[in-house]
Design a protein around this ligand. Structure first.
Ligand code: ATP
Ligand code: MG
Ligand code: MG
Length: 569
C-alpha cells in the first residue's frame, strides 16, 4: 500500500482533491467486448476500481462497443463476471452504444461550428493525403464544403443513403500537424453492420477516439486512465471534449437523464500508464483468440491461458493478482515482468489461505510389514502449519500406503535424503520407517517397498524426536481417492514468445509439457470438497478443484503452481 501511495496517478488525484479541482473521484474501466479479459486488464481494473475505492469515489464499467461485428454478448457476460471475481463492483454498467444519439447530435454541433466536414475521399486516398511522419498531409478537396452541405450529407449518411466507405465525417483540425492523430481524424464512418445492442438502427458508427472521450465526459469521469499507446491521442481527446463541450450543452444529453441514466458531465483528464507485459505469456486478445480458434488450448478458460477465466480455473486467486498489481506499482516505464513474480504473489496468497492436504501424484506402494494385516488408525493433522484457526482433520493411516515414486531411489544420488534400500525416512505424522526389501516386477521395476516402522518413533513415544534427514508424505492405499490431476505449467517455453529471431513463430513456442494428466491418490478430506476449493498438497504445490469438471464423486484437480520456481536459471 505504501508503494501505491507514491505512484504519480494517485499523487495527481490527491492534489486535485486538495486544490478543490474535484470533490469526488470518478473512473471507468472501458473494455471492448471482443474477447475475454486477460492478465493485462487486471492492471487496468485494479487501478481504476482500486483508486475509486481508495478515494471513496466510484468506477463505471463501460463496454466500448463501437465496433459491431467483432463484439459478442458472451464476452460482455464474461467481462462482468471477471471484474466481480477480482473483487470489484461498478457504479453503473454502461455501453458506448447507450450514447449513440449523443454522439450523433454532438457531431451535428461540430459541423455547425465549422469544425467537421464530410469527406468523399476513398480510404486509400485519405491515407495518401494524410502524409507521413516526415511529410505534412494535404487538405482534402472536400474540406471546404459549406456547413449546409455537410449537414445534408451527414444526415444522409445517417439515413443509410451511401455505401460503406463512400463518405467519412472528419474533424477539421490541421493536416500539417506534427501529431498524425490531429490530421483531420475520422469521426464517423459508414458501416452497415448489425450492432448487438442497437440492431440495424445505425448505418454509421463513431470512431474510438471520438466516442471514448465523449463517453468519459458524459459520465463525469474525472481521471481517464489508459495505457501509454494513447499518449499522443491525448491532444485529440482534449480537442473533442473542448469542441463538443458537453458540460455547457445540456441539450445534447438531458434526454439520457430522462431515460433513467444518472449523468453529470465533467471535463475528464486522460492520464497514461504503462501496460502490464509478462514473460512466458502473450497479452493480446487477437492471439488469445487464435489459440482458442485453432484448438491449441481447450477454450478461453483453459487453465494454461492468461485470461482471467483461465487463471481463475487454474486456481490463481483474486488476492494474489491484486497483490501483483500493487507490487508492480504504476509508472510510465514499459517493461516485461518476469512470470515468476506473478507466481510468487499467487504462492504468497495461497500459503496464507490454502489448507494443507496430502496427495500422491506418481504412486509407488509402501507396505509396513510390522503392522498387522488390516491395521487402521485415524491420525490428527493440523490443516495449516502457521495458522491454528484452520483447525485439524483426521487422516486415515493403514498398513499399505502410497508414496511418491521420486521419494525412493534404489541407487540414490549423492545427498539424497529420502528413502533408499536400508535407509530411513520419516513418514509425515507417523514415525520413522526403514526400507528392508524391494519387490520387483518381471522387468526389474520396483513396484513395492517393504518397510518396518520404528514403533518407538511414533508420536508420544520416547523416540518421537529421533532425527532423520528426510520427511515424506503419503496416502493410505485403502482410503485414498483416485483423482484426475491436471498438472499445468507455463504455456510458452521461452520468455518472449513473440521474438522471432530464432526463426520460430510464437505458436511454435507453445510448451507441449504445459498440460499433463495423471491419476493421483488423495486423502479423503481432499477429495470431498466443492469445486474451486484450493489446497496445498504438501511438498507438491497448490491445487484447486476444477470449477467445471470436479464433483466430489469424481474429483478433478488442477495444479495451480509448484511450491518453488522450477524455471529459475
Ligand atoms: P488487446 O490489445 O489485448 O485487444 P485492448 O487494449 O484493445 O487489449 P481493451 O478491451 O480495449 O483491450 O482494454 C480495456 C482497458 O484495459 C483499456 O483501458 C486498456 O488500456 C487496458 N489494458 C489492456 N491491456 C492492458 C495491459 N496489458 N496492461 C494494462 N492495461 C491494459
Ligand atoms: Mg481493443
Ligand atoms: Mg489493442
Amino acid at each position: 500500500a505504501a508503494e501505491g501511495q507514491r505512484d504519480f496517478i494517485r499523487q495527481i488525484i490527491r492534489e486535485d482533491l486538495a486544490t478543490g479541482k474535484h470533490h469526488a473521484i470518478r473512473t471507468r474501466f472501458p473494455p471492448e467486448p471482443n474477447g475475454y479479459l486477460h492478465i493485462g486488464h487486471a492492471k487496468a481494473i485494479c487501478l481504476n476500481f482500486g483508486i475509486a475505492r481508495e478515494f471513496a469515489g466510484w468506477c463505471n464499467l463501460r463496454l466500448d462497443d463501437t465496433n459491431p461485428g467483432k463484439e459478442d454478448p458472451e464476452f460482455v457476460e464474461g467481462i462482468k463476471d471477471d471484474v466481480r471475481w477480482l473483487g470489484y463492483e461498478w457504479h453503473d454498467l454502461r455501453h458506448a452504444s447507450d450514447y449513440f444519439e449523443v454522439f450523433y447530435d454532438s457531431a451535428i454541433k461540430l459541423i455547425k461550428d465549422g469544425v467537421a466536414y464530410v469527406d468523399d475521399l476513398s480510404p486509400e486516398d485519405m491515407r495518401a493525403y494524410r502524409g507521413t511522419l516526415t511529410e505534412p498531409g494535404r487538405n482534402s478537396p472536400f474540406r471546404e464544403r459549406s456547413v449546409e452541405e455537410n449537414l445534408d450529407l451527414f444526415q444522409r449518411m445517417r439515413a443509410g443513403e451511401f455505401a460503406d466507405g463512400a463518405k467519412t465525417l472528419r474533424a477539421k483540425i490541421d493536416m500539417t500537424s506534427g501529431n498524425m492523430n490531429m490530421r483531420d481524424p475520422a469521426i464517423y464512418r459508414i458501416r452497415k453492420v448489425t450492432h448487438q445492442n442497437t440492431g440495424d438502427a445505425w448505418p454509421i458508427y463513431p470512431m474510438y477516439d471520438y466516442a471514448h472521450c465523449l463517453s468519459d465526459a458524459l459520465e463525469g469521469i474525472t481521471h481517464s486512465l489508459c495505457t501509454l499507446e494513447f499518449e499522443d491521442h491525448r491532444p485529440l481527446y482534449d480537442w473533442f471534449v473542448d469542441k463538443v463541450d458537453l458540460v455547457n450543452h445540456p441539450e445534447l444529453w438531458t434526454h439520457l437523464r430522462e431515460g433513467g441514466f444518472r449523468t453529470e458531465p465533467a471535463k475528464p483528464r486522460q492520464i497514461e500508464f504503462s501496460r502490464l507485459n509478462l514473460s512466458y505469456s502473450i497479452t493480446s486478445k487477437r492471439k488469445l483468440a487464435q489459440l482458442v480458434n485453432e484448438n491449441l488450448v481447450d477454450g478461453w478458460d483453459d487453465p494454461r491461458m492468461n485470461t482471467l477465466r483461465g487463471l481463475r480455473r487454474r486456481g490463481f486467486t483474486p488476492g494474489g493478482l491484486r497483490l501483483l498489481i500493487e507490487r508492480l506499482g504504476v509508472s510510465k516505464q514499459n517493461s516485461i515482468i518476469d512470470y515468476s513474480i506473478l507466481e510468487n504473489c499467487i504462492r504468497e496468497d495461497l500459503d496464507a489461505t490454502a489448507p494443507r492436504r496430502m496427495a500422491v501424484l506418481d504412486p509407488i506402494k509402501l507396505v509396513i510389514t510390522n503392522l498387522p494385516e488390516g491395521h487402521e488408525e485415524q491420525l490428527t493433522f493440523s490443516n495449516h502449519p502457521k495458522d491454528e484457526s484452520f483447525g485439524t482433520r483426521n487422516v486415515p493411516f493403514s498398513r499399505e500406503l502410497w508414496i511418491e515414486r521420486e521419494d525412493f531411489a534404489e541407487v540414490p544420488p549423492k545427498g539424497f535424503h529420502r528413502l533408499k534400500p536400508e535407509g530411513e525416512v520419516r513418514l509425515r505424522g507417523v514415525g520413522i520407517v526403514k526400507c528392508d526389501e524391494l519387490v520387483k516386477d518381471a522387468d526389474g521395476n520396483v513396484i513395492e517397498l517393504r518397510c518396518s516402522l520404528d514403533l518407538e518413533s511414533r508420536q508420544g513415544m520416547p523416540g518421537a524426536d529421533r532425527k532423520v534427514k528426510g520427511t515424506i508424505h503419503w496416502v493410505s492405499a485403502k482410503h485414498g481417492v483416485a483423482t484426475e490431476v491436471r498438472v499445468y505449467d507455463r504455456l510458452f517455453n521461452v520468455a518472449d514468445p513473440d521474438d522471432e529471431t530464432d526463426g520460430k513463430t510464437w505458436i511454435e513456442h507453445i510448451n507441449p509439457e504445459a498440460k499433463r494428466i495423471v491419476t493421483a491418490w488423495l486423502e479423503p478430506a481432499a477429495a470431498q470438497v466443492d469445486a474451486e476449493q484450493r489446497f496445498q498438497f504438501e511438498r507438491l504445490g497448490y491445487f484447486v478443484a476444477d470449477r467445471v469438471d470436479h464433483t466430489s464423486d469424481k474429483p478433478v484437480f488442477n495444479r495451480t503452481v509448484t511450491l518453488r520456481d522450477a524455471w529459475a536459471k
